[in-house]
Write a protein that binds this ligand. Structure first.
Ligand code: BTN
Length: 235
C-alpha cells in the first residue's frame, strides 16, 4: 500500500494545478491534493469541471517506476480503481467504464479522470460525484448517493486511494496486459456500435477493443480506425 500524504484544502482553483506546483517542488510519489471545492476545476479536452462542495476532487502526484512512454496506461488503471471504489460504496457493484477513462453507473457519468504530465512526474486528477449531480452538462450523470450508495466524501477518498494503490501495484509488477483485460471486461462489449466525436467530426463504428497503448479501435465502414483522443457516445 502506498503511504499517501494527503493535503486537504477547503477551496482551491484546481487540485491538478496545486499537485503540479507541488510536483515541481519535488513532492514525492503519493502526494495527494484533496479539496472540498474547486473554482477552476478542469476536465478532458479543456472543458470545465464544475466542482461544488459535496463531491470528491483529488489529484495525486505519481512517479511510477516504468518508462515515461507508458504513462497513458495510468488513466486505465485509475478508471479501474475508481470503478472498484464506487462499487464498494453502492448497494450492488454496477460501475462500468467508457473509453478513455470515464466511470459510469446506470449509464450516467459518475467520475472523470484527467492525467497530466508535470516535468518528471505525473498528476492523476480524479473527480467523483458523491452527492452533487453537475448541472448544465450535455451527458447523463449519476451520483453515489443518488444511486442508493452510502458515502462521505472522505470515505470515498479512502476507497479510491486504497484501490489505486492496489492497481498501481498490479501495473508495476505485471504490466499493462492485466489492466487492459480487466478494463475491457468492464467496458462496452466488443462489437458495440459507438460514435466518437473528434472535434467537429463524428466517426461511427463497432468497438474492436483497445490496443497495447490504450488507443481506441473502431471498425468503421472505411476500415479499422485507431483513435487517441475523443468523446465516445452510443451510436
Ligand atoms: C473528465 O473530463 O472527465 C475529467 C475530469 C477530471 C476532474 C478532476 S477533479 C480533480 C482534478 N482537478 C481538476 O481540475 N480536474 C481533476
Amino acid at each position: 500500500m502506498i503511504a499517501f500524504d494527503v493535503r486537504h484544502y477547503d477551496r482551491i482553483g484546481s487540485t491538478n494545478d496545486e499537485a503540479q506546483r507541488l510536483a515541481g517542488e519535488g513532492a514525492r510519489h503519493g502526494t495527494v491534493v484533496h479539496a472540498d471545492e474547486q473554482t477552476a476545476g478542469r476536465g478532458r479536452l479543456s472543458r470545465r469541471w464544475l466542482s461544488p462542495p459535496g463531491n470528491l476532487y483529488l489529484s495525486i502526484v505519481l512517479r511510477p517506476d516504468v518508462p515515461v512512454a507508458r504513462n497513458a496506461e495510468i488513466g486505465f488503471l485509475a478508471g479501474l480503481a475508481v470503478a472498484d471504489a464506487v462499487d464498494a460504496l453502492l448497494p450492488r457493484p454496477v460501475a462500468t467504464l467508457k473509453w478513455p477513462n470515464d466511470v459510469l453507473v446506470n449509464d450516467g457519468k459518475i467520475a472523470g479522470i484527467l492525467v497530466e504530465q508535470s516535468g518528471d512526474a505525473l498528476v492523476l486528477g480524479i473527480g467523483v460525484d458523491v452527492l452533487q449531480a453537475p448541472t448544465g452538462v450535455s451527458y447523463k450523470v449519476s451520483t453515489i448517493v443518488g444511486c442508493g450508495g452510502l458515502a462521505t466524501v472522505d470515505g470515498a477518498r479512502e476507497r479510491v486511494l486504497a484501490a489505486l494503490s492496489n492497481w498501481l501495484e498490479v501495473w508495476e509488477r505485471d504490466g499493462f496486459a492485466p489492466i487492459r483485460a480487466s478494463w475491457l471486461a468492464r467496458a462496452h462489449p466488443v462489437g458495440t456500435m459507438l460514435g466518437v466525436r473528434l472535434g467537429e467530426r463524428l466517426v461511427s463504428g463497432n468497438f474492436a477493443g483497445i490496443d497495447e497503448d490504450g488507443g481506441l479501435l473502431l471498425d468503421t465502414a472505411e476500415g479499422r480506425s485507431r483513435i487517441v483522443a475523443g468523446d465516445v457516445m452510443p451510436a
